[in-house]
Design a binder for this molecule. Structure first.
Ligand SMILES: *Cc1c(COP(=O)(O)O)cnc(C)c1O
Length: 492
């Protein structure tokens, strides 16, 4: 990073009257003269004035200030920041895909529709579901769509009193938010000390007012919910449905399928599990799968395959029939097509066997870090974890060094911080998800740094408490940044 440019906005690099180009007076630079005077603005806009090298250096240096999975290890729990193979980018950028118009007649885009249809089928196979819609734009959008499917199912049976969704206290924050947006009431169920749902606490909550139970498995503390079949039996007996939050499907790939465990509706975050670079709010896709019997409630359009003689023909179901039970549209066109193409490329390039290695490797990597640090960091749930796990800060609480301090000190070492203070089950949550794409050497280096920070906390705690020492920005006031963000250089 070039410090001369760091932290300045382009307006601060501006010099009045400076331009970034020279045009010879050949008559071409007189465009203004041809505009009707009524359309000309009265005041000169307050644009920065800078020479071209200054502009290029400013933006190039700014881009290098970003942290991404391509620049370093990114163990952000519950986010699955795994490496995204570049082949997926290449496939999604093929001009044969990027040059399409969504209004093109189906017979001119058979290849794209086949790709879309193939992904619908592959996700159904991976999830153990009958059918998938690829329309939703994100995990939370998938949750909302899935809950609307569940609501439509109950209403179609005249079962209109089912207005509650039961959600474990460990759930991702989007679960209760999506339920509320779907117009459903959230009822929380407690977890046991081992992080799994308390079946005995759930039992009395199940009655004819419950629409669904939403669960994440492995749950947000990375523990496999071993009572799912029992819970699914109870929930179905009570007339409600089982919703599976499959945002982080990594650990399940090749190991287990939500459909086989008794889940009725699920979503997958393609941007997490199926390899689309994400962060900062996008891009994403949250396809929703349903078991047999619920397909007709899915939103549209979906791509359907027709058999014309010995040729397949792909079409949008909305063009060929009127799916009257469908929710209708929850997105424009077919969803985030480029994200879907990346997922398809990822699945096809790994193949069934390659995909089946992702789950065990994600689990192995997480357990390797957990076991290598448990003498120095407090492990509140001492069990084999899946793709992620949670420490409750340092084991030695006498140093006064907090999870926030550890996260900040990791920045000095070139790591993205783990997820901190989530889940809310522990005071000093430090949630680590290494993902399956990291090498043994990367994990060992991270473990060594975490051990070094624990040693510093004991010997020179101020070093950790005042970190980061090596970053352009230290400890911004998070609350002020959220409440009073300054997003414009000029006061408007
Ligand atoms: C990330 C995540 C979500 C939300 O997904 P978005 O795409 O960010 O809306 C939901 N549940 C879990 C468990 C997650 O990790």
């Amino acid at each position: 990073m070039n410090r001369k440019y760091y932290g300045k906005v382009i307006f601060e690099l501006s010099k009045a009257g400076r331009t970034g180009y020279y045009l010879s007076p050949n008559g071409c630079n007189n465009a203004l003269a041809t505009l009707p005077t009524g359309l000309l603005r009265k005041d000169i806009p307050r644009l920065p004035e800078a020479d071209e090298p200054t502009v290029v250096r400013h933006y190039t240096n700014m881009s290098a200030n970003n942290f991404g999975v391509d620049s370093g290890f990114y163990p952000l729990g519950s986010c699955t920041m795994k490496y995204n193979p570049k082949i997926n980018e290449e496939m999604a950028s093929l001009p044969e895909f990027t040059g399409l118009h969504p209004h093109q007649p189906a017979d001119t885009v058979q290849g794209a529709l086949k790709a879309y249809h193939d992904l619908q089928r592959m996700l159904s196979e991976i999830g153990g579901m009958a059918e998938f819609t690829l329309n939703p734009y994100a995990g939370a959008h998938g949750e909302l769509t899935g809950l609307m499917v569940i609501r439509a199912y109950h209403m179609s049976r005249g079962d209109n009193a089912r207005t509650k969704v039961i959600i474990p206290d460990s759930a991702h924050g989007t679960n209760p938010a999506s339920a509320a947006v779907a117009g459903l009431k959230v009822v929380e169920v407690k977890s046991l000390p081992d992080g799994t749902v308390d079946v005995e606490a759930l039992r009395p909550l199940l009655d004819e007012t419950v629409a669904a139970v939403m669960m994440t498995n492995p749950n947000t503390v990375g523990i496999f919910e071993h009572s799912i079949p029992e819970i699914a039996g109870m929930v179905h007996d009570a007339g409600a449905l089982m919703y599976y939050d499959g945002a982080n499907l990594n650990p399940m790939l090749g190991m287990a399928r939500p459909g086989d465990m008794g889940f009725d509706v699920m979503h997958i975050n393609l941007h997490k599990t199926f390899s689309t670079p994400h962060g900062g709010g996008g891009p994403g896709a949250g396809p929703v799968g349903v078991r047999a019997g619920l397909e007709k409630f899915l939103p549209g359009p979906r791509v359907v395959k027709h058999n014309l003689g010995d040729e397949d023909y792909f079409a949008l179901d909305y063009d060929v029939e009127n799916p009257s039970d469908s929710l209708g549209r929850i997105s424009s066109w077919l969803g985030n097509f480029a994200v879907e193409l990346r997922a398809l490329a990822y699945i096809l390039s790994l193949g069934k066997d390659g995909l089946a290695m992702a789950g065990p490797l994600a689990t192995l990597n997480a357990n390797y870090i957990k076991e290598s640090l448990r003498d120095l960091y407090k492990l509140p749930i001492d069990r084999v974890c899946k793709h992620e796990f949670v420490f409750d800060g340092l084991a030695d609480k006498s140093t006064g060094v907090t999870t926030l301090d550890i996260a900040k000190r990791l920045l000095d070492h070139g790591y993205h911080a783990p997820t901190i203070y989530f889940p809310l089950l522990f005071h000093e949550s430090l949630m680590i998800e290494p993902t399956e794409t990291e090498s043994r050497e990367t994990l060992d280096e991270f473990i060594a740094v975490m051990r070094e920070i624990a040693r510093e906390a004991a010997e020179t705690p101020e070093t950790v408490k005042t970190a980061p020492h090596d970053c352009p920005v230290g400890r911004p006031d998070d609350t002020a940044a959220a409440l009073n963000p300054v997003v414009s250089f000029y006061e408007l």
